[in-house]
Write a protein that binds this ligand. Structure first.
Ligand SMILES: [Zn+2]
Length: 427
C-alpha cells in the first residue's frame, strides 16, 4: 500500500511551515491542500488515512555521512540494521562511506554492494566510492568508471587524501563533475591523548586550508566533512564569499556537546573529530543558522561494546546518530531558542539535497519520501531501544522531545512508531 492521505499536519515545504493536507497516490505526491482532500474522495485506489494533527510533515531527511559497516564489520552494523535505524530517525536517503572491508574501490565491489542494498535496505542508500586504492592514498581509483555507474561522491573518510595526490584528485573530479568529501585530519599534527588534546583543531583547519587552496586552483566541487571548530566555519565562510564550489556539514554531537560533557562510559564521547569547546560549538550553531554550513550529517559510526568499560589507545572512534539526530537537535537547539525549526528542517532536507544534487522538497509528482514528526513526543534514549546494532550514543539516559513517528519511502511505510516499528511491505 503506497497511497496515503496525510491530513491536518503542519507541512514543511518551500522553506515554510503551513497547515495543509497531502495526498500520495502510487508512491508519488499527488496534491496538497483542498485539492488533496477532494481527490482523496474521488480516487478509486485504496488510500490509507493518517492523522498528522499536532505533527510536522517534511520531506524525508538526507544524511550525507553514515557508516553502514557492510561488508566486513557486520557485527557492528549491516545495511539492514543501519537503514532500519535511518528510517526510525526519519532519514529516507543515506550516503554510505566506503571504509568497509574490503573498501569500495572497484566497480565490481560497487555492483555487489548495490545487490546487497537492493536485497536488504529499508531506505535509499547511495554508496560513496573510495578516492584511492584501499583508501591508502597511494593510487587513485578509476573515478570515471564510478561516475559511469552513477556514483558521484568520493571520499577516503577515516583517512584524508594525501598532499601528493590532492591536486590530481581534484583535477580529475572537476573534469568529471564529481564531488570530493575529505576527512579533515592532518595526521602529522596529532599528539598523544584520545580527545581534543590528541586531535587538536589545527589538525582539521590546516587540512581545510590546504583543500580550499586546491579548490581555488582546480574548481573541484568540495564538501567539508564534520566541521568541529570555529576556525573551520570562518574558512568555509571566506571560501563561499570568494565563490568557490564549497559546501560543509556538521554533526548533531558537535552542535550539542563539548569536551566538558564527557561522562562515563567515555567511549560514547570519543569520535573524530573530537568534541571541542563551547566557543567552537556556538560558532558551529551560528554557521548552521546563517547557512555557512549547509547540512546536518550524523557521521553515524556504530561499534560493538568495545568501549563500554573504558577507552584505550586503540579504541574505535565514532558514535551512532541516525535515530537521535532530530530529537537531539529539536530538544537542544530549537526548544532552547538557538535555531528555528524551519532552519533545522532545511539542514536535514534541502540543504544536504543541494550538496547531493536533489531537491529534497515536497513537490507534486515527486517520490513520496516523507517523515512525520511528533514535536510533543518525549522518549528516553535507552541502550536497548535502538534499531542500530551500535549502542555507542552519547545521549543514553537523556529524555528528548520531538521524534519521528512515520517514515515513508516511495510512499511505502518504513517506520511507524504507532505500529510495530519498522515494517517491510511489498517492495
Ligand atoms: Zn571522517
Amino acid at each position: 500500500m503506497n497511497s496515503w492521505y496525510l491530513h491536518d499536519g503542519l507541512v514543511f515545504r518551500r522553506g515554510r511551515l503551513q497547515q495543509e493536507d497531502i495526498l500520495i497516490l502510487h508512491g508519488r505526491i499527488a496534491a496538497f491542500g483542498t485539492e488533496a482532500a477532494r481527490l482523496s474522495l474521488e480516487s478509486a485506489v485504496p488510500i490509507r488515512g493518517y492523522d498528522a494533527g499536532n505533527c510536522v510533515v517534511s520531506h524525508g531527511f538526507l544524511d550525507l555521512h553514515v557508516h553502514l559497516r557492510e561488508p566486513g564489520f557486520e557485527s557492528k552494523e549491516t545495511i539492514e540494521s543501519g537503514t532500519k535505524a535511518a528510517a526510525a530517525g526519519g532519514f529516507t536517503t543515506v550516503y554510505a562511506m566506503p571504509n568497509t572491508e574490503p573498501p569500495l574501490d572497484t566497480v565490481d565491489r560497487l555492483l555487489q554492494l548495490q545487490e546487497r542494498i537492493e536485497q536488504s535496505a529499508f531506505v535509499r542508500v547511495k554508496p560513496i566510492a573510495a578516492v584511492t586504492k584501499g583508501r591508502a592514498s597511494r593510487e587513485i581509483n578509476d573515478l570515471a568508471e564510478f561516475i559511469d555507474h552513477g556514483v558521484s561522491v568520493f571520499s577516503d573518510d577515516g583517512d584524508p587524501v594525501d598532499d601528493k595526490l590532492i591536486k590530481e584528485v581534484m583535477e580529475q573530479l572537476a573534469s568529471l563533475n564529481g564531488l570530493l568529501v575529505n576527512h579533515l585530519e592532518d595526521k602529522s599534527l596529532l599528539g598523544p591523548g584520545l580527545f581534543s588534546d590528541g586531535t587538536p583543531p589545527e589538525s582539521e583547519y590546516v587540512m581545510l586550508e590546504r583543500d580550499l587552496a586546491t579548490v581555488a586552483e582546480t574548481r573541484c566541487r568540495y564538501h567539508a566533512a564534520h566541521l568541529s571548530c570555529a576556525r573551520s566555519v570562518k574558512l568555509i565562510s571566506e571560501a563561499k564569499q570568494k565563490g568557490l564550489p564549497v559546501t560543509a556539514e556538521v554533526t548533531p554531537h558537535h552542535l550539542t556537546l563539548t569536551e566538558d560533557d564527557t561522562t562515563f562510559p567515555e567511549g560514547n564521547f570519543q569520535m573524530k573529530p573530537p568534541l571541542r569547546t563551547e566557543t567552537d560549538r556556538l560558532a558551529l550553531i551560528e554557521g548552521l543558522r546563517t547557512g555557512i554550513i549547509d547540512a546536518v550529517a550524523t557521521d553515524h559510526a556504530p561499534h560493538g561494546r568495545e568501549k563500554d568499560h573504558g577507552i584505550y589507545a586503540d579504541s574505535p572512534f565514532g558514535v551512532t546518530g541516525l535515530e537521535t539526530a532530530f530529537s537531539v537537535l529539536y530538544s537542544k537547539l530549537v526548544l532552547t531558542g538557538h535555531l528555528e525549526l524551519e532552519r533545522l528542517l532545511a539542514a536535514l532536507t534541502t540543504g544536504p539535497g543541494k550538496v547531493a544534487g536533489k531537491s529534497c522538497d515536497l513537490e507534486i509528482g515527486e517520490a513520496a519520501d516523507i517523515v512525520v514528526l511528533d514535536l510533543a513526543c518525549q522518549r528516553t534514549v535507552e541502550t536497548d531501544g535502538f534499531y542500530s546494532k551500535g549502542t555507542n550514543s552519547p545521549y543514553i539516559g537523556q529524555r528528548l522531545q520531538g521524534w519521528p513517528v512515520l517514515t515513508l519511502v516511495d510512499g511505502v511505510e518504513r517506520y511507524n512508531m504507532k505500529g510495530c516499528g519498522c515494517s517491510k511491505e511489498a517492495r
